[in-house]
Design a protein around this ligand. Structure first.
Ligand code: PA5
Length: 426
């Protein structure tokens, strides 16, 4: 991260560091508001090893008997898994020549067009379903599950369907848990003390991620190292610095944070980040509005506004020092396209120049910029980044004076929808 002094003067820093320390203590002790949902703080070292083994076995079974896995869930029940698969394998994962199943996502909308396409996709394929819902009562995934379950039962019979359904839900409560018990589905647990948007490193994310052939142990190792790095209380803690910079900027009128990355595979990671920060901080008429852009593409659509529009923005770049794939610009003796000056240079170097140029331009245009630098895209760095952002979000939420672990605002649309649809008892 860049120098914190770019964002905050000495006395503000003193106050904010005190707030960060208090927030850190609340996360550590679980004594802050919503402290009953801070199980994710110790998850990378405290996770259930036996369940992790079962996840790997289930992923192996899915690979053996299915060419497609349907992951049904919404919000924190699917975004992290999708982010990992797109970043670590490919945004075009289903088009890869691979020995792991296709993964499609359902239950995050109520569109007949969308669900119809997904059902058509699997109708003549061998498929399994991982339905993920902590509450077990969310309408979007419940409707999708009913549709895919019906198709599975028609295709494989009740017993065949039972073997192909994996339910990730609460240990004891909820309609999905009761259904899983009654039907005998294999179940995985969303721990009581971990809310949806902090759950990607639990079975919620791990089963689909493992099914996509990603090494979940390396991911958890990366998160565990980050957990130990972030245990220190002081300004050398990068999560403190990120949280402090965000809070200082918010208090100075920067109400919108844009997450920017020059890797298209990062798109769903940004979606996950938006949910994490938006649902955690947007409360009581306050909170930074999280937005995201995908560069270079969005430099040619959102770039104008960011450079020159209303000055209520801050921007956080996520960058990778090296690339898993080096591609060099070829030489061409004719040089009719005028790109001779780039011949022999790597896209990593050119993409980095685009980032530096953008950052400099935006800073000059009055947009304070933060940069989160990672070495490279890997299982370990994904685990570390998830943990880092969750920790920074918990800190920042407490510093902003909200409970970062509830989401009361999500209920209002649900109540309206139930009323409109005539749900009994509403
Ligand atoms: O962060 C949260 O808790 C929410 O966004 C949930 O992930 C989302 O609402 C889905 O809930 P559930 O898993 O209970 O279906």
């Amino acid at each position: 991260m860049s120098g914190i002094s770019d964002f905050v003067n000495g006395s503000e820093l003193f106050t904010l560091a005190g707030e960060a320390r208090a927030a850190h203590c609340m996360l550590e002790s679980g004594k802050g508001e919503g402290g009953e949902f801070t199980g994710w703080v110790r998850l990378p070292e405290a996770y259930d090893r036996q369940e992790a083994e079962r996840i790997l076995e289930a992923a192996g079974r899915i690979k053996k008997d299915s060419d497609t896995l349907v992951v049904i869930g919404i919000g924190g029940s699917y975004l992290g898994a999708r982010a990992a698969i797109e970043l670590l394998r490919s945004p075009e994962y289903n088009l890869l020549d691979k020995d792991t199943p296709n993964i499609i996502f359902a239950g995050n909308n109520l569109s007949g067009e969308y669900l119809g396409r997904m059902l058509d996709f699997v109708r003549d394929r061998e498929f399994s379903v991982n339905v993920v819902s902590k509450s077990g009562t969310t309408t979007e995934p419940a409707v999708a599950f009913r549709l895919f379950r019906e198709l599975l039962e028609r295709k494989y019979g009740a017993e065949g369907a039972r073997r192909r359904i994996y339910a990730t839900t609460d240990r004891k409560r909820g309609a999905l848990k009761q259904l899983a018990l009654a039907e005998g589905y294999e179940t995985f647990v969303v721990p009581d003390d971990i809310g949806g948007r902090y759950s990607v490193l639990s079975a919620v994310g791990l089963l689909p991620i493992a099914a996509a052939g990603i090494d979940i142990r390396r991911m958890l190792d990366g998160a565990a190292s980050e957990m130990s790095i972030l245990s220190c209380k002081g300004m050398e803690n990068e999560a403190w610095r990120y949280a402090i910079a965000r809070q200082a900027l918010y208090r100075a009128g920067k109400k919108i944070e844009i997450l920017a990355c020059f890797e298209p595979a990062f798109r769903f990671m940004a979606e996950w980040w938006k949910q994490l920060f938006g649902e955690s901080e947007g409360k009581g008429g306050m909170g930074i509005f999280p937005a995201s852009v995908e560069y270079s593409a969005d430099l040619h659509s959102m770039g104008q506004y960011i450079q020159d529009g209303e000055r209520s923005l801050m921007e956080t770049f996520v960058s990778f020092e090296s690339s898993r794939r080096e591609i060099f610009v070829p030489s061409d003796r004719e040089n009719l396209d005028g790109l001779g000056y780039l011949a022999g240079r790597s896209l990593t170097e050119i993409n980095r120049a685009a980032l530096e140029a953008t950052k400099a331009a935006h800073i000059r245009g009055g947009v304070p910029c933060i940069e989160l630098r990672l070495e490279r895209i890997s299982e370990e760095s994904f685990g570390a980044l998830v943990y880092f952002l969750e920790f920074a979000c918990g800190l920042s939420g407490y510093m902003g004076g909200v409970n970062p672990f509830d989401q009361p605002g999500v209920e209002e649309y649900k109540r309206n929808m139930f009323r409109l649809l005539g749900k009994p008892g509403v």
